[in-house]
Every structure is written in C-alpha cells, then in structure tokens.
Design a protein around this ligand. Structure first.
Ligand code: S3P
Length: 174
C-alpha cells in the first residue's frame, strides 16, 4: 500500500524545512500543500486568503489534499498548519499515510512567527495578541495533531529531527 508521510503541526513548527530534508534522505518526492495551492491558483496564498477568505482556502486545501493522496508516488508531504484540523481531512490523512507531528514549543513558535509577514491569519497581531493566538489555537488543534503515530519535538536541529523520524519510522514498520 502506498503510504505517504504527512508532516503536521502548527505554523512555524518546521514542517517544510524538515520535509524537504527528509524527502531527500528517503529519496521520495517532497510536496507542500500550501505551494500546491499557490501553483493551482497562480497567486500568492496570503493574497488569496485576504481576498477570498479562509473558507475558500480550506475548500482548496481539501481538494489539493485529495490530489496528493491520489498521486502515484509515495511522497513526503508538508501540510498547512490548519489542514489536519477538519474532520474529513484527518480521516483522509490517517487512511492514506503515516502522520508525523512536529511539536514545537510555544516560545519557539512565537519567536519564529513574530516578524513573519507571510501568514495572513496572524497578520497585524501585536506581541500579546500573537502569544495568545498561538496558545489558544494550539490547544484547539492539539487533539488533531496528537492523532499522529510519530511525535517529535521541534526544538532541535533539522538533522536530529530527521534522524529521530527515521528511527521511529523503522520501529513502526518493524
Ligand atoms: C495556516 C497555516 C499556513 C497556511 C495558511 C493557514 C493555519 O501553513 O496553510 O496560512 O491555519 O495554520 P503553515 O503551517 O505552513 O504556515
């Protein structure tokens, strides 16, 4: 059975960076749902969400997820932070791959996201609001993220994270 590797976790947790590296190590294609959406709409994701709203984005996100699942090759897939947090998506992810949750501490997320102007959902938040947003959203999303069979702390180097994922994958497959 084709089993994709889905990286899940909050914005700024390191999914794309880890995903690219892991895909190279495993010799599988790397896919990023946010980039696939951008390719499809031929527009920057931030502009799209600001213009068309989050609901339109979530619909596209689900369509792209279905396409990824149907793709022929087993891939390492970095997913948008909110993607697993919708019932049908979680089901699709669990049925079609192995989920890896990169669990990055809130302070690290805060420092990474503080001066980030590429993510529309946190645009215009001041420091206090951003801290609260991370804390509230992460608590809300954690039950979805926790369904992953592999959980890795994101507060490490990329090499360490990837080698831990590979070890855990081997254990899981044995
Ligand atoms: C989102 C996370 C983003 C992107 C969109 C919405 C979210 O992806 O999908 O801005 O709801 O957390 P990253 O997790 O790659 O930043």
């Amino acid at each position: 059975m084709k089993q994709h590797l889905f990286l899940i976790g909050f914005m700024g947790s390191g999914k794309s960076t880890v995903g690219k590296h892991l895909a190279e190590l495993q010799n599988h294609p790397f896919l990023d749902t946010d980039l696939l959406i951008e390719e499809r709409i031929q527009q920057n994701l931030k502009d799209f969400i600001l213009e068309s709203g989050e609901i339109s984005f979530r619909l596209l996100e689900r369509e792209v997820l279905k396409e990824v699942i149907d793709s022929q090759q087993k891939s390492v897939v970095a997913t948008g932070g909110g993607l697993p947090c919708f019932e049908e998506n979680t089901k699709l992810l669990l049925e079609n791959g192995i989920l890896v949750f990169i669990d990055t501490p809130e302070e690290v997320l805060f420092n990474r996201l503080l001066n980030d102007d590429s993510r529309p959902l946190i645009e215009n938040l001041n420091e206090t609001e951003l801290k609260k947003y991370i804390s509230v959203k992460l608590a809300e999303r954690r039950p979805f993220y926790e369904q992953a069979s592999i959980k890795i702390s994101g507060d490490k180097s990329i090499n360490e994270i990837c080698s831990e994922i590979q070890d855990k994958l081997e254990l899981l497959m044995s």
